[in-house]
Design a protein around this ligand. Structure first.
Ligand SMILES: Cc1cc2nc3c(=O)[nH]c(=O)nc-3n(C[C@H](O)[C@H](O)[C@H](O)COP(=O)(O)O)c2cc1C
Length: 396
């Protein structure tokens, strides 16, 4: 697992560092936070501790068990990110000052460094800051931002820290993990479908759409052109993703059929109804005068099977198997019978994962017989694992 050391310094944008830490964690990184004393006056270390699951390092001389804390942190980092970076820490880095834990670690590390400056416009424009930044760039330090906009001090101009997503994307690029789906077009389906019984009632399922939305957002972040065909959910459209909303399994098929042929990858994460009422009543079915109600259901089209039958050369096809028992047998049967490249199998009856949860516990089954049993993890992290597996198949 890659380790990110996240340095947080005493700027107003320290609150944004919380989201930076969170996004790294969701992508599967281990994050260790070093705060300056001033940063702790703006955001509490407990927030970072809770988000990262690691103690927050602040004091050079604290007894942490590590013999020399700044050296162990400096050595284990794959990347050190300072966000926000104050004018002060940039000056210290430029001149090699090492008077607290963060600046000492920054001097001791040989890992790549990324800074996200954030400060008042005049501080940013100051010749001292300009020349410090020039020095850092010459030395190979990566810089993201700052951006223009309204600043906390009430002024308008350059000095805002880049948004967390931009900081994280830049870090991924530095680590050689960004844009790996660049130039690829992918289609993701998400959510459940609603099969109408009459104008007010439908047969639905418990899918929240979160897994599919996480897959779409992650693919976008990894550089892909993403189409998302979604059943009804309460989720917002993921930024930069072409999102098409549908209701029924038949509508989902129409959209998928039109988009799939142009895609390098299709991931069917939607929980599509297997059965639909043979007839939807034009009027609301009345209760009066009935002792019961029998609905006649007919099977819907098997989208995954149809896609497998008409796939374009080199196209990677991924299905999901949400089961409540005999998970592995059913998932491997689905893999074989439908002719897809990979099945993401998850037991939706397991506590604390699956439908309507932020977590998932899944097993990846591949057409070549490999089986990868994953731990319970946030859906965003599982999305990264799925795309990594897809990438390996695309490059094969
Ligand atoms: C409320 C508040 C907000 C601040 N925001 C910034 C900022 O955005 N950028 C900056 O360079 N300094 C900012 N400062 C000043 C720094 O906190 C100050 O220069 C401090 O010495 C930085 O220490 P550090 O780099 O060790 O965290 C702010 C100070 C306060 C009190």
């Amino acid at each position: 697992m890659n380790i990110i050391i996240l340095g947080v310094t005493g700027g107003i944008a320290a609150y944004k560092a919380v989201d930076v830490a969170r996004q790294f964690i969701l992508l599967g990184f281990e994050v260790k936070v070093i705060m300056t004393e001033h940063a702790t006056r703006l955001v509490g270390p407990a927030t970072f501790r809770a988000i990262t699951g690691n103690p927050v390092a602040i004091d050079n001389f604290a007894d942490t068990g590590a013999p020399i804390q700044h050296i162990s942190l400096a050595r284990e980092a794959d990347l050190v990110v300072v966000a926000p970076a104050t004018a002060n820490v940039l000056a210290k880095m430029a001149h090699g000052l090492a008077d607290d834990l963060l600046s000492t670690t920054l001097l001791a590390t040989r890992s790549p460094l990324l800074v996200a400056p954030a400060m008042n416009l005049e501080m940013w424009r100051h010749p001292a800051t300009r020349s410090n930044l020039e020095k850092l760039r010459e030395r190979g330090v990566f810089v993201v931002g700052p951006e223009s906009g309204s600043l906390a001090c009430g002024e308008e101009g350059e000095g805002r820290m880049s948004e967390p997503a931009r900081v994280v994307d830049t870090a991924l690029e530095i680590l050689g993990m960004g844009g790996s789906l660049a130039g690829r077009r992918v289609l993701v389906t998400a959510g459940g479908t609603r099969e109408p019984i009459d104008p007010v009632r439908y047969i639905g399922n418990r899918s929240s759409g979160r897994m599919g939305y996480a897959l779409a957002a992650t693919a976008k972040r990894m550089g892909a052109d993403v189409d998302l065909v979604s059943g009804p959910t309460s989720l917002e459209d993921p930024g930069g993703v072409e999102t098409i909303r549908v209701e029924t399994a038949a509508e989902m098929w129409e959209e998928v059929k039109a988009i799939a042929p142009a895609c390098d990858v299709v991931v069917m994460a939607a929980a599509v109804a297997d059965f639909t009422p043979a007839r939807a009543n034009a009027e609301k079915i009345k209760k009066e005068g009935r002792s019961g109600l029998t609905l006649e259901l007919e099977p819907t089209r098997d989208i995954l099977e149809h896609l497998a039958g008409s796939r374009t050369p080199g196209q990677v096809l991924v299905g999901f198997a949400a089961e409540t028992g005999e998970l592995m047998q059913r998932a491997s049967r689905k893999l074989r019978e439908k002719g897809v490249d990979m099945i993401v199998a998850n037991d939706v009856s397991a506590r604390g994962s699956g439908f309507d949860s932020d977590y998932n516990k899944a097993t990846l089954l591949f057409a070549d017989g490999r089986v990868l049993d994953l731990d319970r993890m946030p859906k965003e992290e599982l999305a990264v694992r799925v795309w990594q597996a897809v990438l390996a198949m695309l490059e094969h």
